[in-house]
Write a protein that binds this ligand. Sequence first.
Ligand code: CMP
Length: 138
Amino acid sequence: MSNRTFTMIKPDAFRKGHSGAILDQILKAGYQIKAMKMMKLSAEKAGEFYAVHKERPFYGELVEFMSSGPIVAAILEKDNAVEDFRKLIGATDPAKAEEGTIRKQFAASVGENAIHGSDSDANALIEGSFMFSGLEQF
Ligand code: CMP
């Protein structure tokens, strides 16, 4: 069990002005922010981040969407960080997300689903170091 996960508030949620409300819910759930920045991914950088999905039919759409506007990326710390964060954000498809979850409240569709959360401890580490240098992590 690792105590860190990686998240991004995606361009849809940022555009609609939900970043503050989402961060408030993350903090109220007991997470501490260990790294954070607002940035706009290039298509190349988004493509690299989601390289694992390269063969999926939605890859092009995903890369275009993730590079369409600013995001807020963060590394978060709390006991059982990865698993608890997946519960907090809800299912990938907001139509299947439980009431009260971040995606249920703020996401419109499976493609534009407001927020990312790492799916394993190993990926949390890979994704966090992809977006943040050692000097940006605390
Ligand atoms: P995320 O958990 O950030 O990582 C992979 C992303 O791919 C996922 O969120 C969704 O936003 C996106 N995704 C998954 N399935 C689909 C789909 N069927 N159509 C479009 N996007 C998808």
